[in-house]
Design a protein around this ligand. Structure first.
Ligand SMILES: [Mg+2]
Length: 220
């Protein structure tokens, strides 16, 4: 029996607060010569590329490959600049949980709106990047379901295995819907963007405050 667990990043593995998106905002503001164009833009559970397109719309600009590449080079500079600060911290008990599963050789992958660039910086910072086989990222699709399908495809291509137990762990209603979309068991965590009430209304299979609460599903 093979188990595959997908993790969201922001609000799930990484603690989400008003500072999480600073490198992204700084890069966008530098690119567009604005000060706070991200104000009022809801980034939660969205693809970074989709957010970027919305912001361009606010500035009356159209998306183009040149703008995107310029943004990426500014973004990597910002990620680098912030990599030695504490803007990215472990959420709840994510680090010991993921490391224990890794020791048991459980396959783990990411489903995130974050660009792979940002995902790598953030997860390296908390020492978890190497624990994930692959992932679906912000550049893999504009919508969460597309990103999730891509992530699943990449895992299957890499491992050539079939999985009979799929899980999706995330902090938003969209993560629960994504689990359903993939035919996976959903584990909602209350430490991010959505309240327990809001998550429960979507009827996740599990709703937790800390990862240790579902450890028994994966570890004997
Ligand atoms: Mg999230």
């Amino acid at each position: 029996m093979s188990t595959l667990i997908f993790f969201d990043i922001n609000g799930t593995l990484i603690k989400r607060d008003e500072r999480t998106d600073i490198p992204f905002s700084n890069a966008v503001n530098t690119l567009l010569s604005t000060e706070n164009i991200m104000e009022g833009v809801d980034t939660s559970a969205r693809s970074d590329k989709d957010v970027f397109m919305e912001v361009l719309g606010k500035a009356d600009l159209e998306f183009g490959e040149k703008l995107w590449q310029d943004f990426l080079s500014l973004y990597v500079k910002q990620l680098d600049k912030f990599s030695n600060t504490d803007v990215w911290r472990e959420n709840a008990d994510a680090v010991p949980f993921v490391k224990e599963l890794k020791k048991e050789d459980i396959t783990m992958a990411l489903i995130t709106g974050e660009l792979s660039l940002g995902a790598e910086y953030k997860l390296k910072k908390i020492g978890l990047w190497e624990c994930f086989l692959t992932g679906g990222y912000g550049e893999d699709g504009l919508r969460r379901f597309d990103i999730a399908e891509k992530a699943f495809e990449k895992v299957k291509e890499t491992t050539k295995k079939n999985y009979d137990k799929l899980y999706v762990i995330g902090d938003t209603v969209l993560d629960i819907q994504t689990a359903r979309h993939l035919g996976a068991i959903s584990i909602a965590i209350t430490t991010g963007s959505h309240s327990r009430e809001k998550l429960m209304a979507e009827e996740p299979d599990y709703c937790i405050d800390r990862f240790e609460q579902v450890k028994h599903l994966f570890l004997k």
